[in-house]
Design a binder for this molecule. Structure first.
Ligand SMILES: [Zn+2]
Length: 273
């Protein structure tokens, strides 16, 4: 019998003993405190977890196996190509320049707009790129790490925006909670609502971090990562749609921060490798 088999056998034996014990316990001491019952429940749960972890590999979904093979391979490649010098700048602490909120959508990743995010982007992700559902994380980046930029990134074809514009009453409580905070009109879940949600998030952030924005300590940038070219600025464009509450395209184009974004990258940008 292999190690897993032994562990499973042991787990089942312990489970049987616990169940027998719990049965005798309940019969002999019906008035025992709830805390003790809870303790037994948690012990049974622990044994069941142990049992689940010992299940045969044949239970592993083929897609899950393939993915984990890819993850393992990519991580080995990463370790082979990144030596101690790569980790040195951020191994002992982080000094990110931006707190970034993006949607959790699998098509949105920072490599579209930052070739070296390590130690530089304090990244918060959730459905609909919202502050309200990850407020503590955003505060941590802005108030504790003092990032000079808060970048909020919406994206084309956002499922959260589409869902929030329709009837989502059939969703689970936790999902409903994260859609309730997206304030967009019903019936319009396209790029217009994606942009509106970014504006709403910037407005929310302006209210939260007003003093930092006024003092110039923080700049809040709202953008849309447009991988479908729905804004007609080019496929894959990170289009800036709002800076500190300003959303007029002509006025935005005059801002130094927008002009800097549109220019060639600054010299001396650190390489990811
Ligand atoms: Zn999304």
């Amino acid at each position: 019998m292999g190690r897993k088999g032994q562990r499973m056998k042991k787990g089942m034996a312990v489970l049987s003993m616990l169940l027998l014990g719990a049965h005798a316990f309940a019969a002999d001491m019906p008035a025992k405190a709830d805390a003790d019952k809870e303790r037994i429940r948690s012990m049974v749960k622990e044994v069941l977890r142990e049992y689940a972890s010992s299940l045969s590999p044949k239970h592993l979904n083929a897609d899950a196996k393939g993915l984990m093979q890819n993850i393992g391979q990519d991580n080995r490649n990463f370790m082979r190509t990144h030596k101690a010098g790569y980790f040195k700048p951020f191994a002992d602490g982080q000094h990110p320049r931006a707190t970034v909120i993006t949607c959790a959508d699998s098509r949105v990743h920072t490599h579209a707009f930052d070739a070296s995010p390590d130690g530089d982007l304090f990244l918060v992700r959730n459905i609909g790129n919202q502050i309200a559902t990850a407020e503590g994380s955003v505060e941590y980046g802005v108030d504790h790490l003092h990032t000079p930029v808060l970048l909020i990134v919406g994206h084309s074809a956002c499922g959260a925006i589409k869902a929030a514009s329709g009837d989502y009453s059939g969703e689970s409580g936790p999902i409903k909670n994260e859609l309730d905070t997206i304030q967009i009109p019903k019936g319009e879940g396209g790029i217009g609502s994606v942009v509106l949600n970014v504006h709403n998030q910037v407005k929310y952030a302006m209210g939260k971090f007003e003093q930092k924005v006024i003092s110039g300590e923080l700049t809040i940038v709202g953008a849309v990562y447009d991988f479908r070219d729905e804004l007609k600025q080019g496929q894959g464009k990170l289009a800036i749609v709002n800076v500190n509450g300003e959303s007029d395209a002509k006025k935005l184009a005059q801002l130094e921060i927008v002009q800097a974004t549109e220019q060639a990258p600054a010299r001396g940008r650190r390489s990811p490798y």
